[in-house]
Design a protein around this ligand. Structure first.
Ligand code: KIV
Length: 271
């Protein structure tokens, strides 16, 4: 099969071609150099430097506290580990919503200081001015609709979004607006799979789902969740590909025992 795996570098145009060919897009989050290198070696299509770093890397309860400087630190670490994958970076909460000039400055800082390839922003119609301004500076933008965690204080809960007709209509309309504005793709988070399928069929740019079912153009998961490092988070949509939590605890316990029982280092492990 002729897939994009043979291509040297994934670009936003490659993602567009993948949608046209019906080839699914595999995306995972990444926050640091070593993991990014492994993800790229495994030939992931897209690495999202998500503001979920606020949760999984920094231990916050929400994505709101992470700063632009912290996102740039994560993004530049990831970009240094990647040769092939497309690297997309979340614009953090408070750096783009109210003021399109500030939004442009935030996006420019990410692109200049991290060498990433694109930015992602949560929201539809209400942030169009910021999206337009960033796009006009030649920076590719991915949208994010449905459950948008930066709005958790408005939603009050992380339950499935757009189950009611009015919210579903707004989401469909927002997807069209993002496509028209020139976004290269849209993340659809935690919405009914039927709605995600309808949105996917109604626009020409790729949709990447998380908790949005199978009728989308690609999937994304948070790295720490899919590796089973984080055992506290078990939504229905999450498939764990490993139980790294237990494997890591076992390794740490073995090391601690070896040190305490003076089994490490042995004769061969010293100078
Ligand atoms: O920050 C993040 O990890 C995300 C994904 C859940 C899509 O936005």
């Amino acid at each position: 099969m002729n897939t994009t795996r043979e291509l040297p570098k994934i670009t936003t145009h490659v993602l567009q071609e993948m949608k046209q060919k019906g080839e699914k897009i595999a995306m995972l989050t990444g926050y640091d150099y070593s993991m990014a290198k492994l993800l790229d070696e495994a030939r992931i299509d897209v690495i999202l430097v998500g503001d979920s770093a606020s949760n999984v890397m920094a231990g916050h309860n929400t994505t709101l506290p992470i700063t632009l400087d912290q996102m740039i630190y994560h993004a530049s670490s990831v970009a240094r580990g990647v040769e092939r994958a497309l690297v997309i970076v979340d614009l953090p909460f408070g750096t783009y919503q109210g003021n399109s000039k500030e939004a442009l400055n935030s996006a420019i800082r990410i692109m200049k200081e991290s060498a990433a390839n694109a930015v992602k922003m949560e929201g539809g119609e209400e942030i169009l001015e910021s999206i337009d301004r960033i796009l006009s500076a030649g920076i590719p933008v991915m949208g994010h609709l449905g459950l948008t965690p930066q709005s958790i204080n408005k939603f009050g809960t992380y339950i499935v979004r757009a189950t009611e007709a009015a919210e579903a209509e707004k989401l469909k309309n927002d997807a069209k607006l993002l496509e028209k504005a020139g976004c290269f793709g849209i993340v659809l988070e935690k919405i009914p799979s039927k709605l995600a399928g309808e949105v996917t069929n109604s626009i020409s740019i790729p949709t990447i789902g998380i908790g949005a079912g199978a009728d989308v153009d690609g999937q994304v998961l948070v790295l720490h969740d899919m590796l089973g490092i984080n055992q506290d988070f078990s939504p229905r949509f999450l498939r764990r590909y490993h139980n790294l939590h237990d494997e890591m605890i076992n390794s740490f316990e073995s090391y601690i025992n070896d040190v305490k029982e003076m089994k490490f280092p042995n004769k061969k492990e010293q100078y």
